[in-house]
Design a protein around this ligand. Structure first.
Ligand SMILES: [Zn+2]
Length: 382
């Protein structure tokens, strides 16, 4: 949780106690007091406040050497729910999570045509039904988090989704006006970077590169997300790596990184040689595994451009580590050493580069996590 967003010591204590119990579950007041270096009376007061708010409960799960079992504390997961939406370029995935960020429901809505209005109608039809069918709980829907594979400004307005040609869409206000809960909208790369940072708190300087239909990146420096003046400092999938490219990228430029290293780009390139075109990246990986000469040629180009792009990122950011999420790289892990060999300068050889352990859900779960954290900050400030 962002403790810096809070007002006073009381609020900080409330959040610290709740955060500790949320992370560890089934802990005693004594443990919270000892671990957070807070006196027992303060912990008891704060715990009572959270219990009165129906967000913590007492259990008797603790071990004891004799006599009465100690009273333990745990979060009440189903005191409220959050909806997170992954606005992709071919579909919208919607999940409902509880306050422990566990997924309770998941649904995918295919995008139809390229008009936002029509697709938004399909989205809110589904959301209306989801909200209406939520189990009764003290807080109901506490917020909505949206992950977008495109440019989002600091106000949460979608400025551009190049692949869909959607521009200047204020989905945050649309959802807030309809559901009357806080809505956060962020770029998927930023959300993935926040998720990886939580997963690897030891890294203060981190770049996350997600290679899928598009390339998304998220950058953390000194433990904070780099967003830039208008909020799109991380659109590295569209940094130019080939001035001689004649084909235009979805963003309007020529020779963007995404034109060589996204899954769609790899499929497009190998299909130029194949008698029977493929449509899924898994088919490309299967061709590599049987040593198909065309697939191997395209793979070499993928490695070359991946190395160029990563080399540029390393020079711009000097990240402590780079986390890559990619079906191709995960399926063929020997690619990482190959890529590293092509990032030739000694200064760049000190970087840690590894494959993400969080998988494809990291952005949408991070959107939900932001939403849940925002709810607790709001409650702690009351
Ligand atoms: Zn581009």
């Amino acid at each position: 949780m962002k403790l810096a967003q809070t007002k006073d010591i009381r609020t900080l204590n409330r959040l610290a106690v709740l955060d500790y119990i949320r992370q560890h579950q089934d802990v005693s007041r004594a443990e919270v007091s000892e671990q957070l270096k807070l006196n027992k009376a303060t912990v008891s007061t704060v715990v009572k406040e959270w219990i009165d708010l129906h967000l913590l409960q007492e259990t008797e799960l603790g071990s004891s050497t004799g006599g009465r079992k100690p009273i333990m504390l745990q979060q009440i997961a189903d005191a409220g729910y959050c909806i997170a939406i992954d606005l992709g370029v071919t579909s919208m995935r919607v999940i409902t999570t509880d306050l422990c960020n566990e997924v309770r429901q998941s649904h995918t809505i295919p995008l139809i045509g390229n008009q936002f209005a029509e697709n938004y109608k399909h989205l809110y039809d589904y959301l209306d039904k989801t909200v209406q069918s939520m189990s009764p709980s003290p807080y109901g829907l506490v917020g909505i988090g949206v992950s977008v594979r495109g440019v989002v400004d600091r106000e949460g307005v979608i400025r551009n989704i190049p692949n869909l040609r959607w521009r200047n869409i204020d989905i945050k206000t649309l959802l807030q006006d309809r559901y009357h809960v806080p809505v956060t909208v962020n770029n998927d790369g930023n959300l993935m970077a926040l998720a990886e940072q939580k997963h690897h708190p030891e890294y203060r300087e981190l770049a996350v590169i997600s290679i899928a239909d598009v390339i998304s990146t998220g950058l953390i420096t000194n433990g904070e997300l780099i967003q830039g003046y208008l909020g799109f400092a991380n659109v590295l999938g569209h940094h130019t790596i080939n001035f001689d490219e004649t084909e235009q990228c979805s963003c309007g430029k020529h020779g963007c990184w995404e034109q060589y290293c996204s899954n769609q780009a790899v499929i497009r390139q190998v299909n130029r040689y194949l008698e029977h075109p493929i449509s899924r990246i898994e088919e490309f990986i299967a061709l590599v595994r049987i040593q198909d000469e065309h697939a191997l040629k395209v793979l070499q180009q993928f490695i070359k451009y991946l190395a160029v792009g990563l080399g540029n990122i390393i020079f711009i950011l000097n990240s402590q580590t780079i986390v890559i999420s990619s079906v191709i790289v995960s399926a063929l892990p020997y690619l990482i050493p190959e890529v590293l060999r092509q990032i030739v300068l000694p200064i760049t050889q000190t970087q840690d580069i590894f494959i993400s352990e969080l998988g494809d859900d990291s952005a949408i779960l991070s959107a939900s996590d932001q939403c849940v954290s925002g709810f607790f900050i709001q409650m702690a400030n009351q």
